[in-house]
Design a protein around this ligand. Sequence first.
Ligand code: DOR
Ligand code: ZN
Length: 346
Amino acid sequence: MNGPATLTLTRPDDWHLHLRDGAAMAAVAPHTAAQFGRAIVMPNLKLPVATTAQALSYKERIIKAVPAGMDFDPLMTLYLTDNTPPEEIARARDADIVALKLYPAGATTNSDAGVTDIRKTYRTLEAMQRAGLKLLVHGEVTDPAIDLFDREAVFIDRVMIPLRRDFPALKIVFEHITTQEAAQYVAEAGEHTAATITAHHLLYNRNAIFLGGIRPHYYCLPVLKRELHRQALVRAATSGGARFFLGTDSAPHPAHLKEHASGCAGCYTAHAALELYAVAFEAAGALDKLEGFASFHGPDFYGLPRNTGQVTLAREPWTPPESYPFGDGQLKPLAGGEPLAWRLRV
Ligand code: DOR
Ligand code: ZN
């Protein structure tokens, strides 16, 4: 294989991560801390992280779950509900909480407490706009009449465009985009709108879910889309555009709940996140664009300093394990047991 033997980058950050809690968190937090300087931690615990006090206590538990000597800074978010009081926003800002997460009620894992009608949150969104807190959006409508594969594109028309119009100065991150429509929307939406893109949406299209039998470890939400969408995401991620950045959406579930009649949504990628992105960027001939996407665009959009350390990826083929211990169960990482061309030197 041609191409560089090593690639040194400014230490990257993960702008969209699920760490869970308790024994599950203890199993996965070291993977993320080994790769990333910071991560935006999603608030969709079984009991949603809906107040500043809950977020601060969760942050302490995260810090305890990171092995001593690892330099890792969790960035905290709150779960936006129909009833989040506007007064919570000043408390959140004073506690360095960076964002609120909008889950349309019923859209995904632990989203039952999510927003039923965006208009119910408008006073809180006004307070966020004033305070400079970001809004992170799970961009799918929940209307059962809309085909599952169309829910992101319909969300743009029904929710994003009106929201953008009503809060022109609110910084919005369209999380884990999966479609050409979302990539194009974000590219054209102006300086206050950005998007995260996962490694799995860059590497796979929806065939991966069905190849040779149903493969639950490739099931996440928003679900993988057809190839033309994957290609549009690769173009956006490798474009050098400053409003596209890395967010793994690494979302661990015990294997027995994914290999199930009604399996949970979520792909686990934190064990080899940067390596998986490197494979996707190299396949597009764009390894030179990985550092901006992984290490610069996120902090620039969030108004945070870039990290100062470095990490090195080596072209050193290895095979990640098929499973990791995960509390009482097992965790099956995406593409576990398959050879991977890049390895992060730690
Ligand atoms: O696949 C997903 N898993 N999508 C989400 O939006 C949530 C996540 C989770 O928490 O498991
Ligand atoms: Zn997520």
